[in-house]
Design a binder for this molecule. Structure first.
Ligand code: ADP
Ligand code: MG
Length: 368
């Protein structure tokens, strides 16, 4: 069983700490995605698992084996990069078989494994072509094929789709998901794209400046983010954050909050840790903000930006204090820029964060 275990893993370049103590338990067969903004350390962490970077401290284990001191080739991993790095003078067949040839596999074994990979990745019609005769998506499938034939215990992907155009990204993403279902290997996949993360992952690791901010299933991150970083990073368009003050506390079932322009809302969080007058941030996702008649809502404002797509309406409303609130509503809504409107949302869809950005524990709603 190839569980992948990281314990207090750190990495520094000189005096600069890049990975600041990461511990993760990735189960055999899991598809785990590392997501986070550019420069947060995703590639560095993945390359440490691969053995392409030294570990400053901590341990990495694949199954029962601590692999800290093993060469990449001895770790039973295969890595797929953003740049496909295919041999231009070799055919697809030769590219896919290359690692097997180097490992000394017989021609018969090579043919069998290449045929199997080609079937899974729909490369059969392309086997005799050279990389220059392939599209970007096809080249990336060849690179994945090269990884598959080595039957590693752990697959590592570093932004494998970011060189592809939007349509190909969606198609190749679906193929990677299918591949994972078919071969059931442990996969660790790096991306800065939260849609890729949400659609592919069994569990997501959200990284921020070398720290794990949350490790959980996509819907857990969406419904119950641990902090403002995760709340703001997961979900598109981004969650709105409204500065508020606690008006009441001590009620077991919730905290009453109100803001500059915001009428009172009772949010169902654990009130025990909140003191009256405490400054908090209220988080509400655009898909939970509705536009209602002026005067009827929780806050009034003016429509500043409007995108009517027919199936959805996206808008930005500027409140009197200058704060912009975004709303994403299903269907078409007859509105115009400059309209005076009010916003409204259910307290049940609100999150509260303390001044350090940590979420106040919510009363759990059942997530389907
Ligand atoms: P990500 O993949 O999340 O975009 P990286 O893991 O590539 O981020 O980089 C994390 C940080 O480490 C960045 O600030 C980057 O500049 C720094 N870094 C990466 N490689 C080196 C290196 N060889 N020497 C010094 N700093 C590096
Ligand atoms: Mg990277």
């Amino acid at each position: 069983m190839a569980d992948l275990t990281l314990r207090h893993v750190k990495k520094s370049y000189g005096k600069v700490d890049i990975i600041k103590g990461v511990s993760l338990d990735i189960k055999h067969g899991e598809f785990v995605v590392f997501v986070g903004p550019s420069g947060c350390g995703k590639s560095t962490l993945l390359r440490m698992v691969a053995g392409l970077e030294d570990i400053s401290s901590g341990t990495i284990a694949i199954g029962d084996r601590v692999v800290n001191d093993l060469q990449p080739k001895d770790r039973s991993i295969a890595m797929v990069f953003q740049s496909y790095a295919l041999f231009p003078h070799m055919t697809v067949r030769e590219n896919v078989a290359f690692g097997l040839m180097i490992a000394g596999d017989s021609k018969e074994v090579q043919d069998k494994k290449v045929a199997e990979a080609a079937r899974m990745l729909k490369l059969e019609p392309l086997l005799d072509r050279k990389p220059s005769q392939l599209s970007g998506g096809q080249r990336q499938r060849v690179a994945i094929g090269r990884a598959i034939v080595r039957t590693p215990e752990v697959f590592l992907f570093d932004e494998p789709l970011s060189n592809l155009d939007a349509a190909l990204r969606v198609g190749t993403r679906a193929e990677i998901a299918k591949l994972h279902r078919e071969i059931g290997a442990t996969m660790v996949y790096v991306t800065h794209d939260q849609v890729e993360a949400m659609t592919l992952a069994d569990r997501i690791v959200v990284l921020d400046a070398g720290h794990v901010r949350q490790f959980g299933a996509p819907m857990e991150l969406y419904h119950n983010p641990d902090n403002m970083f995760v709340a703001g990073f997961i979900g598109s368009p981004k969650m709105n954050f409204i500065p508020v003050e606690a008006k009441s506390s001590g009620k077991a079932t919730g905290v009453g909050v109100a803001g500059d322009n915001l009428r009172g809302v009772d949010v169902r969080v654990d009130a025990a840790k909140v003191t009256k007058g405490e400054k908090l941030s209220l988080g509400v996702r655009p898909e939970h903000v509705n536009i209602v008649k002026d005067g009827k809502g929780l806050a009034s404002g003016v429509v500043q930006l409007l995108e009517r797509l027919g199936n959805q309406t996206f808008l930005e409303v500027e409140l009197a204090n200058g704060q912009s609130i975004t709303s994403l509503m299903e269907g078409d809504h007859v509105l115009a820029i400059g309209d005076k409107v009010a916003i409204s949302f259910d307290a049940g869809n609100c999150h509260l964060f303390d001044s350090s950005g940590e979420a106040l524990p919510r009363h759990q709603k059942k997530n389907k």
